[in-house]
Write a protein that binds this ligand. Structure first.
Ligand code: NAD
Length: 260
């Protein structure tokens, strides 16, 4: 494969974002990684991808909760790699709590990272895509862009917002050969999900095993976690030439969860 397009994947030091970044590298694309983590671990990931797939891989430590950092990331990635062909807004955080105890600062942080960062990144990336009449924007939303679960008020609100943002921008740039879509995974066993298991157990007064069986996978008719590789393959398809007519779509990949 030798698809030398340039890609940014936000929140790609872990989980789904890293899986998507890896899939793009395997396709021969140059990738800007972003996210938090131990500096040595991230350099190991960056250098490993660059070497394995002979592509240019950069790391940009922009904090997606800061609008100026999001804008700066788009500029830096463009300077390092060239014009951005594919933007994947994936960075996300979660917090689980009954509404009356939900800390307002957690609400603000989740809205900033899970929703506003996508707005700022898209806003900064679109002018160049429009000039070049080419671009792909993929927002990693969630099944929670379509349905709610208790105790996740900020996350569900942010992800529903991402669905609205996706549809709106898709309409605005439809004639510019730019597509904008949202991927809506059900539960994928990543650090984000692993971290919320103890909190959900506490909020519901049940054991962690019961959270996995009766809360997480209860919603998923396939009774298994969606895999990172499945989500990455969908992102690859949306970035590919045969997805040119798919835009403004809110696409579940959730083992049947939202078919309920
Ligand atoms: P994860 O915790 O493994 O990865 C999250 C990534 O975002 C990490 O790289 C982290 O460093 C980065 N990040 C967090 N805050 C950031 C910030 N302020 N600035 C920059 N980077 C930041 O989580 P994941 O499960 O891989 O989640 C990735 C995306 O997929 C999220 O948007 C999440 O909402 C969505 N999602 C996950 C699931 C699931 O079951 N895991 C399901 C549906 C949707």
């Amino acid at each position: 494969m030798n698809d030398r397009r340039n890609v940014i994947v936000t929140g790609s030091t872990s989980g789904i974002g890293l899986g998507i970044a890896r899939a793009f590298c395997a396709q021969g694309m140059n990738v800007a990684l972003n996210g938090f983590g131990d500096a040595d671990d991230i350099e190991h990931i960056r250098a490993g991808l660059a070497q394995e797939f002979s592509v240019d891989v950069r790391y940009l430590r922009a904090d997606m909760s800061q609008p100026s950092a999001v804008r700066g990331m788009i500029d830096e990635a463009t300077q390092a790699l060239g014009p951005i062909d594919v933007l994947v807004n994936n960075a996300g955080i979660q917090f689980v709590s009954p509404i009356e105890d939900f800390p307002p600062e957690k609400w603000d942080a989740i809205i900033a990272v899970d929703l506003s960062a996508a707005f700022h990144a898209i806003r900064a990336a679109i002018p160049s895509m429009k000039r070049r009449k080419s671009g792909r924007i993929i927002n990693v939303a969630s099944a929670h862009a379509l349905v709610a679960s208790p105790f996740k008020s900020a996350y569900v609100s942010a992800k529903h917002g991402v669905a609205g943002l996706t549809k709106t921008v898709a309409l605005e740039v439809a004639e510019d050969n730019i597509t904008v879509n949202a991927i809506c995974p059900g539960y994928v066993l990543t650090p984000l999900v692993e971290r919320q298991i103890p909190d959900t157990a506490k909020a519901r007064g049940i054991s962690e095993q019961e959270v996995v069986r009766d809360v997480l996978l209860a919603a998923q008719p396939t009774k298994r976690f969606v895999t990172v590789e499945e989500v990455a393959a969908l992102a690859m398809f949306l970035a590919g030439e045969h997805a040119g007519s798919i835009t403004g779509a809110i696409i579940p990949i959730d083992g049947g969860w939202t078919a309920h």
